[in-house]
Write a protein that binds this ligand. Structure first.
Ligand SMILES: C[S@@+](CC[C@H](N)C(=O)[O-])C[C@H]1O[C@@H](n2cnc3c(N)ncnc32)[C@H](O)[C@@H]1O
Length: 240
């Protein structure tokens, strides 16, 4: 659940009322046309309706405001929820969308305080949603073996003021696992060969009542025989 705040720090895990310098905001022109901007004193953003001047048009206004651009057209300035981020993020990989994310969140029974392991981080679409759900006391451990993707994800988590809720590890989850043991309430795998990470999922999970879902099973309904017959699964509940 989002907290309502009048503070000067925007976070994807909370909500605040007023637009300020340093925020990431969503410029909404329509359902099929929106994009994120970093709000800067003196900054400006070009749209098809003309320029938006950050200092005079945005800073100090309420999120959700209708703002008139220099050519007379108008846009809405929206607070950046994980759902809006999923629709607007820079794609570095294929991503999970909100319909699947809501099912994953339900199947993993995520809630504030949950500790979650996922791999790969990819473009961070699922990661942002998990972080918002487990905040303020939970944590996400996310593993990505592509160095630039891992670095970019860390950068975005910092910009979005959620870096205290997430640990990014740049390593191969199939070889080195999640870097934690006996700590996770849930594990989610969105990698090409999830069966190779099952033993690491087992070691990351708390010993009882945990959840393991992998995207291949969830979405494509593929029966990954080697994974299903793996002894590690006897310790987890399979939801596919
Ligand atoms: C489909 S993308 C994940 C998308 C992510 N769920 C999202 O919603 O943005 C798969 C990612 O897994 C990473 N990956 C694949 N195999 C991996 C492995 N063995 N260890 C760590 N990362 C891996 C890839 O580099 C890629 O970034």
């Amino acid at each position: 659940m989002c907290q309502f705040k009048n503070i000067n720090s925007m976070s994807f895990a909370e909500y605040k009322e007023l637009i300020e310098h340093g925020d990431t905001a969503i410029i909404f022109l329509g359902h099929d046309s929106m994009f994120p901007v970093s709000i800067q004193q003196g900054g400006q953003t070009q749209t098809k309706y003309g320029v938006i001047r950050h200092s005079s048009d945005l800073i100090g206004k309420k999120y959700g405001s209708k703002v008139t651009c220099s050519k007379g057209g108008w846009v809405y300035i929206l607070y950046p929820t994980p759902e809006l981020w999923t629709m607007n993020l820079p794609h570095r990989t294929q991503i999970l969308y909100s319909t699947d994310i809501s099912i994953i969140t339900m199947m993993l029974e995520l809630k504030p305080g949950s500790v979650v392991c996922e791999s790969g981080t990819g473009s961070g679409s699922l990661s942002h949603a998990i972080i918002r759900t487990v905040a303020p006391t939970g944590h996400l451990y996310t593993v990505e073996f592509h160095q630039q993707r891992a670095e970019k994800a860390m950068e975005e988590f910092q910009q979005h003021k959620v870096s205290h809720l997430v640990t990014v590890k740049n390593q191969d989850v199939c070889k080195e696992g999640f870097g934690v043991s006996d700590i996770a309430d849930a594990v989610f795998l969105d990698i090409p060969s999830p069966w190779e990470a099952i033993r690491h999922a087992k070691s990351a999970l708390k010993s009882e009542d945990q959840h393991l879902v992998n995207f291949l099973l969830l979405r494509r309904l593929m029966v990954v025989e080697s994974a299903l017959s793996h002894p590690a699964l006897s310790k987890s509940r399979e939801h596919a």
